[in-house]
Design a protein around this ligand. Structure first.
Ligand SMILES: Nc1ncnc2c1ncn2[C@@H]1O[C@H](COP(=O)(O)OP(=O)(O)O)[C@@H](O)[C@H]1O
Ligand SMILES: [Mg+2]
Length: 425
């Protein structure tokens, strides 16, 4: 079977690595891919939103299954277009992916179906949003409705900051159309976890729970990034009743909501949850695998991923085998210094050969890398993800940092507190 993976980050390299282990996968194409996916298959330099180009590629290369990594490709309608062409593709349609690309749509969906989330006001007119800011207590959370590359959420400590955020989004157009409408919500507290649920329209199956470390600095300080590391299970103590509360309080009403609204969702739903003192609440939904969560989830999945993705497309999720490794996984991201601000690229990466390419418990997932002749060089802010499995989080963490420290490039930056006891995500 020929497989096409859309995207070029650590998530896509982890998907390519996992799918390459499937006995039924003959060849993997990745668009655009990176230096890591180039080793597992063939990269094709197409943009993830170039739906027509990607469809052409799928036709030419007789692709049997396409797996969509990034949200932008879903919002661009790639699934709709491939399905209209009779092609098998893992991921929700543009309409169903609205659960990720519109926070207002999602808030309404959550409230309609009684799923716990922060109370919020939704605004289309700037004067209404500003008036609302004057009536609330602080902090308050201002969110752009649409996709804003992880920068569309502002925690406002006072009215002044909230009004500034509203004006930036709704008047100055900082996020373009994505910020024309805003959500202003109640500030919640508690640790955050990432759920990953496969959904085949009628059924759902949960993958292992994970946690990501979003801020650039240790102690969870500084700017938000795409993620500086991840752990599975999370390095926090989880309430005993969490599985049950997730199932009955979130997943069951979510599935009932899809059914009631005749919304067909096929693919991966990744709810971001906050574990508040009064129970888990949904902060947002993503409609695709998380990055870097995927880099700890897939190494813990012992079963073949290919039949799982196929069962998701075909509505056979309850029958498919999904065995999970009881060991813990930790992923440490090596980034370019300056990220998430500006950084230099083209730095030669050394030490990659110290990690055995076919190890079962130590992995280097490429993100911002490309081949330059014989060399692998940096090409992005997040460069590599080093994942290790261990008997517990402590062992996984030690092994991940040990391997990470064998890899060097000019300006290499990493957080030292990923999965450390007591470290904040
Ligand atoms: N209601 C809230 N209360 C407190 N913090 C929040 C709230 N909503 C979001 N956040 C914080 O902002 C981050 C980003 O928000 P999220 O809704 O996940 O949007 P996105 O991932 O699209 O930027 C969350 O991970 C969380 O740390
Ligand atoms: Mg989020």
């Amino acid at each position: 079977m020929n497989v096409l993976i859309i995207g070029g980050g650590g998530r896509e390299h982890a998907l390519a690595w996992k799918l390459a282990r499937s006995p039924d996968v003959k060849k993997i194409y990745c668009a655009p891919g990176n230096a890591g996916t180039a080793r597992r298959g063939e990269n094709v330099p197409l943009k993830i939103t170039d739906v027509e180009g990607l469809l052409q590629l799928a036709r030419e290369k007789s692709i049997d299954l396409t797996v969509v990594g990034p949200d932008d490709a879903l919002a661009a309608g790639i699934v709709d277009r491939f399905q209209a062409d009779g092609r098998r593709i893992f991921g929700p349609t543009r309409e169903a992916a609205r659960l990720e690309w519109s926070k207002i749509f999602t808030k309404d969906f959550l409230l309609r179906h009684g799923i716990p989330t922060a109370a919020a006001g939704r605004f289309e007119r700037v004067e209404d949003a500003l008036a609302f800011c004057g009536t609330r207590s602080y902090p308050l959370v201002v969110k752009a409705d649409g996709l804003a590359t992880g920068k569309g959420v502002i925690i406002a400590q006072d009215r002044d900051a909230a009004e500034r955020a509203v004006r930036e989004m709704m008047v100055a157009g900082r996020f373009g159309d994505a910020g024309r409408r805003v959500l202003i919500e109640e500030f919640l507290t508690g640790p955050e976890i990432s759920l990953h649920a496969l959904i085949d329209s009628a059924h759902h199956r949960l993958l292992p729970v994970a946690q990501d470390y979003k801020r650039v600095g240790e102690g969870n300080l500084g700017e938000n990034t795409g993620g500086m590391g991840s752990a599975s299970p999370p390095a926090i103590s989880l309430p005993n009743d969490l599985p049950q509360r997730v199932e009955t309080g979130i997943m069951q009403p979510f599935m009932a909501g899809l059914h009631a609204e005749k919304l067909r969702f096929q693919g991966l739903l990744f709810p971001g949850l906050m574990l508040t003192p009064t129970g888990p609440r949904v902060l947002e939904f993503n409609a695709r695998f998380g990055d870097p969560e995927t880099q700890v989830i897939l190494p813990r999945l012992q079963s073949d991923l290919l039949p799982i993705l196929e069962a998701t497309i075909d509505g056979r999720l309850p029958q498919v085998e999904m065995r999970v490794d009881p060991r813990a996984a930790v992923c440490v991201i090596l980034a370019s210094s300056g990220y998430p601000g500006s950084y230099e690229t083209g730095k030669i990466i050394t030490g990659l050969e110290t990690i055995p390419p076919d190890s079962d418990d130590l992995f280097v997932f490429h993100a911002g890398t490309r081949l330059d002749g014989e060399n692998v060089v940096t090409s992005g802010g997040r460069v590599l993800g080093v994942t290790a499995l261990g008997r517990d989080l402590g062992e996984a963490r030690d092994r991940a940092y040990d391997a990470a420290d064998r890899i060097a490039f000019e300006g290499r930056y990493l957080r030292r507190d990923i999965a450390a006891a007591g470290a904040v995500a």
